[in-house]
Design a protein around this ligand. Structure first.
Ligand SMILES: [Zn+2]
Ligand SMILES: [Zn+2]
Length: 216
């Protein structure tokens, strides 16, 4: 049984997600971007056992609370290696936005396309969806029809591609080839903004949905 809690943190209104297996209490924290204390308190108060931090990508707004949470617990941090350089440049990323960011240590374990992550009885499939950043991934829970989309797909939007390593064509291809084949009813939990579904976005997304002209 999936327990999913969403939060919105920091100056970029980023959405971290806490995913837990209802029967074992094992949990994953996805994209802890800011407010480490609050996020850690939520994990503790819920009586959950955190088994890993999983990053959908390494932009500063998704990684700001990683180090502080790492100090509370020794769980591994997962990231696709194509975003390792971005993680190493968090301080410089902050400078681009006029923000002071502390460095983040390298990820502990690599994510790869097709990899299965386990969290108690839950199974998450890693989909490599580059475009917003080279190492962007989405996390798909087929049994629960849930997709954690990072900054790849938003409600009626897609991730920006003008940051270093971003590429619009690659993003459109990732969404068309990796996400559109998923069932209509899959709930999409994005890195920013409200949830949506695959079916809705496949029809109505103005950038890469059925009605998008420039995507072809
Ligand atoms: Zn991003
Ligand atoms: Zn973001």
């Amino acid at each position: 049984m999936l327990q999913l809690q969403s939060f919105t943190v920091g100056p970029f209104a980023e959405n971290p997600y806490l995913i837990a297996c209802g029967s074992t209490g094992q949990a994953l924290l996805i994209d802890p971007g800011d407010e480490a204390e609050m996020l850690w308190r939520e994990v503790r108060d819920a009586g959950l056992t955190l088994s890993a931090i999983v990053l959908t990508h390494a932009h500063l707004d998704h990684v700001g609370a990683v180090e502080a949470i790492r100090q509370q617990t020794s769980v591994p941090v997962y990231l696709h290696p194509d975003d390792d350089p971005l993680l190493a440049q968090v301080v410089e990323q902050g400078r681009m936005f006029g923000l002071r960011c502390d460095p983040v240590a390298p990820a502990d374990r690599p994510l790869a396309h097709g990899q299965q992550l386990r969290c108690g009885e839950l199974e998450l499939q890693v989909l490599h969806t580059p475009g917003h950043s080279p190492g962007s991934v989405c996390l798909y829970l087929p049994a629960e029809a849930v997709l954690i989309a990072g900054d790849t797909l938003f409600h009626r939007g897609v991730g920006r591609t003008d940051l270093p390593g971003g590429d619009a064509r690659t993003l459109i291809r990732s969404i068309s080839e990796q996400l559109w084949p998923l069932p209509d009813q899959v709930q999409v939990y994005p890195g920013h903004g409200p949830t949506t579904t695959i079916g809705e976005e496949r029809r109505l997304n103005p950038f890469v949905g059925a009605q998008a002209r420039w995507a072809r």
